[in-house]
Design a protein around this ligand. Sequence first.
Ligand code: AP5
Ligand code: ZN
Length: 214
Amino acid sequence: MNIILLGPPGAGKGTQARALVEERDMIQLSTGDMLREARSSGTEMGKIVADVMDRGDLVTDEIVIGLIREKLEGDKKGGFIFDGFPRTLAQADALEALLAEEGEKLDAVIELRVRDEVLVDRIVGRSTCGSCGEVYHDTTKPIPADGHCTVCGGTEFKRRADDNEDSLKNRLMEYYKKTSPLLGYYHVKGNLKRVDGLAEMKVVKASIAAILDK
Ligand code: AP5
Ligand code: ZN
């Protein structure tokens, strides 16, 4: 089963993708994580995308499609969760073609619906475990009082360079201009499903499970 999690920055795509990996042996393909990894390992591509990401602009289609192409050729396990990809119509077309080349198809596109007003709080309150990538939030999912990650026991937590209000405004603008047209695109194709992303994390998780188990 191959699915897309679609929604603005802070909608909960990464949080829900990690839950699916744990429970269904699926593979999370987050282009944001891949780009951050390229930056931290100092590759040429990482240097090119650094400023673009910090501003909250979109990286070129060519770069992100290249990243996804490499991953689709490997082991497919329980299927792919596309998290933060596609973000433009060109990326959506490329994904369809790449999946077809692998004899695969898209089973569902799940929109996490949220209100813009909650996003600032979600983004500025976010931190991530430096070892395993578990996502925390200062109020809704705080780091345990003993300072250890609940998943791996790690003690280092990071905040993202683009998790500030200015960059978030730009990320949201990019979402409405370039990514939200995908909602209409997938609706017409018949794969779009909507989930209330404002509900508690475990409720969102159950709503997604209900769609996948149908
Ligand atoms: P990317 O890393 O994809 O960031 P994003 O889309 O802005 O999304 P986020 O990771 O910020 O949010 P999320 O929806 O995963 O929320 P999360 O689960 O963490 O992209 C970063 C940059 O890379 C882009 O700006 C662009 O430059 C580039 N890029 C990436 N992909 C690209 C592409 N395809 N094309 C071009 N450029 C690309 O949750 C957020 C917080 O809320 C957490 O603290 C969490 O604990 C909390 N939370 C989650 N769910 C709930 C809930 N139900 N209730 C309460 N709190 C919740
Ligand atoms: Zn961890």
